[in-house]
Design a protein around this ligand. Structure first.
Ligand code: 3YP
Ligand code: ZN
Length: 378
């Protein structure tokens, strides 16, 4: 049993510019240059905590490579790939499609290194070199659709890795769990009519994209039933997320019987995150991860591969990442979340009727997943 880890210093060179939080700086319109919220800091500190805690020494370090154009084209249109390449060649960079997704000079290659890192992890898991793994990548991917970047995302690394696993590694049924605070709309849209890829997104209702990720978005055509959403109200925390995991995610995975579980691993549902209003703590991430590790153990030889998505608190995200990765690797370090006592009160709320109602709606939809042949007979 071993855990793979992908990181590369180039991930920190993805340049989101002098944007003011979300918006490109525009001094004459009154938008003063500052830092973009998706800057390297939270991820750099997470990586360095993984190192400083001693956890890195227990992981199998896997070198990323750049995803090839052929690999990108499994999830994206040629026009989109060309657009990112062209924007990336501009000296000052550009945007991936929606005005919220800066493409720095050279970011085409960095985004390919992010997707390729996930491909390498999935490959190592499929070959049995490692049991599970985590790619601490930038830029993120889960909003990117087949033909556009969106919400800080250029290429959809999870979708690219899922298609690679199916095309090259003999893994037929892939489940994508997305617990980023925002809806995994890009991944959902790419697989919306595909019953071989189950997408499940837990997120803050209506946060981003606005008006996306409702329970009635349930897949279409052959894929009907294979997109699940749990749009939790703002303010949801430990109790609601754990409940959603045990009432929706785990039963859905059970019915689907995946060969591989991919995790869109956003930490922006954390209690100190500026980009959403959810209240998870490092203990929540540890517990949620434990549930997924157990499910992967029961359903698919432990095959669980996570890609980093959001998570924007430089001072808190790293402790959530560490808790996640310790649990993934089945170990602990000497580093105890130093904010645990501060957040203990925040996270102690019981589940509310509004949260329960959304979870109940999603629970009803689990029956729409047709159960695959049991793992033993496949
Ligand atoms: C993108 C533009 C406004 C909200 C923002 C969300 C980015 C994110 O963390 N997505 O998972
Ligand atoms: Zn997010």
């Amino acid at each position: 049993m071993s855990t793979g880890y992908v990181f590369h210093p180039e991930y920190l060179w993805h340049d989101t510019g002098t944007s003011a939080g979300l918006l490109p700086a525009h001094p004459t319109a009154g938008i003063q240059p500052a830092v973009h919220i998706e800057n390297p800091e939270a991820k750099r500190r997470a990586h360095e905590l993984i190192h400083a805690s001693g956890l890195l020494a227990e992981l199998v370090v896997i070198e990323p490579r750049r995803a090839t154009v052929t690999e990108l084209l499994r999830a994206h249109t040629g026009e989109h790939v060309q657009h990112i390449k062209a924007q990336s060649e501009l000296r000052g960079g550009g945007d991936a499609g929606d005005g919220f997704s800066p493409v720095g000079h050279g970011s085409y290659d960095i985004a390919r290194l992010a997707a390729g890192g996930l491909i390498e992890l999935v490959t190592a898991v499929a070959q049995g070199d490692i049991t599970n793994g985590y790619a601490l990548t930038r830029p993120p991917g889960h909003h990117a659709t087949a033909d556009s970047g969106m919400g800080f995302c250029l290429f959809n690394s999870i979708a690219i890795a899922a298609r690679h696993a199916q095309a090259e590694l003999g893994l037929a049924r892939i489940a994508v769990v997305d617990w980023d605070a925002h809806h995994g709309n890009g991944t959902q849209s790419i697989f919306y009519t595909d019953p071989t890829v189950l997408t499940i997104s837990l997120h803050q209702a209506g946060c981003f994209p606005p008006d996306s990720g409702w329970t009635h978005e349930n897949g279409a055509g052959d894929g009907l039933g294979y997109a699940l959403n749990v749009p939790l109200p703002p303010g949801s925390g430990h109790a609601a997320y754990l409940h959603a995991m045990t009432e929706v995610v785990l039963p859905a995975l059970d019915r689907f019987a995946p060969d591989l579980i991919l995790l869109a691993n956003g930490f922006d549902a954390g209690v100190f995150d500026p980009m959403a209003r959810q209240m998870l703590t490092s203990a929540s991430y540890r517990e949620m991860t434990g549930l997924l590790v157990d499910a992967a153990g029961q359903l698919c030889h432990g095959r669980l591969v996570a890609a980093h998505e959001g998570g924007y608190s430089p001072f808190y995200t790293p402790y959530c990442v560490l808790a996640f990765l310790e649990e993934l690797a089945g170990t602990t370090t000497h580093v105890i979340d130093p904010l645990a006592t501060v957040v203990a009160g925040y996270a102690a709320e019981p589940i509310t009727p509004q949260q329960q109602a959304v979870i109940n709606e999603a629970t009803q939809l689990v029956a729409g997943i047709r159960t695959a042949a049991s793992p033993a007979t496949r």
